[in-house]
Design a protein. Structure first.
Length: 402
């Protein structure tokens, strides 16, 4: 708004008929600060101001030129609508802060992600797929029962049940004055004293799966959400988070839901600094030397390098599969150094085995010549009396060997 409008009471502006703009709680949700319900609680606590005037009622419209602050800080710029798939482990609470000090899902998320809002909730003992978004409007639309997205669970429960009992839930059931909508339940298998079920609902009321199955005398001891609408848990590992691509998100939401959520798929992504708790080692810049710069300089070193950095005269590192290691064989000769060639070989099963081959170093004295190992012809007794027979000369080129 202009400077004159800043002097007016925002509450009175919100009550004027025909005023353009959006509700303050909706604007805060679009910015990804909080859900509409949380935004209304912040407004009631006096934490929100419009054009430096604190407001006490959420029934206020905000124009694009208005300045909205929360705890003295301006609202962040709205970025592109994003959706994340998170595999929630058991033991985490789906809330931003827990009064009892229990760990929350947001404390387990990477620090570089934007501020996210959960679409619905999962109990502390429930695991599986949890959708997170930075757009409060999208969260409100997807978790609303009128959207009708199917939530599918895998359930392990203690007790016994039949398929006809589960089929009776397709019309809904009323328990302790609370009516639960139609349920699609299938008995998958019996495992000892437990049964495995596939349970699908569309409303997602508080502890709906446990209350409905408890009505059938089944005690749930494991609950895994495997899908939420078109999005599947699939092979996402426990504790991992994965972002849905913008094109896929636009196609899966459809025009109707995207319009109701006022999703923005064309806005830029907010640039965030890397997390301060991530300890990274700065990478040293690489210096590339061209072929011409590799010629020797006048001082004997290569161009582009100092004499201390010249590696042309340094011994080259060993590049083979084996390496020589001098050792002393104390059992045979303590003073005679020996060498061993050690290396890794691969056997037929692909296992790598260390092999050492020991070899003595050559001594200063020439070794004794061993007698020839060729076959001797003639009579051994004659050789002992008259000596060995003289060797025959090799045949000439024209003489044929018989």
């Amino acid at each position: 708004m202009s400077g004159k409008s800043g002097d007016k009471n925002p509450s009175e502006q919100g009550n004027r008929p025909g005023q353009s703009g959006q509700r303050i709680a909706k604007v805060m949700a679009r910015a990804g600060l909080a859900s509409r319900r949380e935004a209304e609680a912040w407004i009631a606590a006096g934490r929100v101001a419009i054009n430096s005037a604190v407001i006490a009622s959420p029934a206020v419209n905000v124009a694009p030129e208005d300045t909205v602050t929360v705890d003295g800080e301006p609202l962040p710029q709205r970025e592109r609508t994003r959706l994340f798939l998170f595999h929630k482990p058991r033991g985490l609470v789906t809330t931003t802060s827990d009064p009892e000090g229990r760990p929350t899902i947001f404390g387990a998320l990477p620090k570089h992600l934007p501020r996210l809002i959960s679409i619905g909730r999962l109990d502390i003992g429930t695991e599986g797929l949890l959708l997170l978004t930075n757009d409060g409007g999208l969260a409100r639309v997807l978790e609303h029962p009128q959207t009708g997205w199917l939530r599918r669970y895998r359930v392990r429960a203690h007790g016994s049940v039949t398929q006809p009992q589960l089929d009776a839930l397709c019309e809904g059931v009323t328990i302790d004055g609370i009516h639960y909508g139609p349920v699609e339940a299938t008995l998958d298998r019996v495992q000892g004293a437990n049964v495995w079920l596939t349970f699908a609902i569309r409303e997602g009321k508080n502890r709906e799966v446990r209350n409905v199955l408890g009505h059938l005398d089944l005690q749930v001891n494991r609950l895994i959400r495997i899908s939420f609408g078109p999005f599947q848990l699939a092979e996402l590992t426990e504790g991992a988070i994965e972002e849905v691509r913008t094109r896929v998100l636009r196609d899966q939401l459809g025009k109707k839901i995207a319009a109701l959520a006022d999703a923005d798929f064309d806005a830029p992504l907010a640039v965030r600094e890397p997390a301060s708790d991530l300890k990274t080692r700065p990478r040293q810049p690489e210096t590339r030397v061209t072929r011409a710069a590799k010629e020797d300089g006048p001082d004997g070193s290569r161009k582009g390098r100092s004499p201390a950095d010249d590696t042309s005269k340094r011994p080259r590192p060993w590049r083979g599969r084996h390496r020589d290691i001098p050792i002393a064989d104390r059992a045979l000769n303590p003073d005679a150094p020996r060498k061993t060639r050690a290396g890794l070989l691969t056997d037929r099963k692909g296992r790598r085995v260390l092999v050492q081959r020991v070899q003595s170093e050559p001594s200063a004295e020439p070794p004794e010549q061993a007698p020839p190992r060729g076959r001797r012809r003639g009579n051994p007794a004659r050789d002992r009396r008259h000596g060995p027979r003289p060797a025959r000369p090799p045949p000439s080129g024209g003489e044929k060997r018989r």
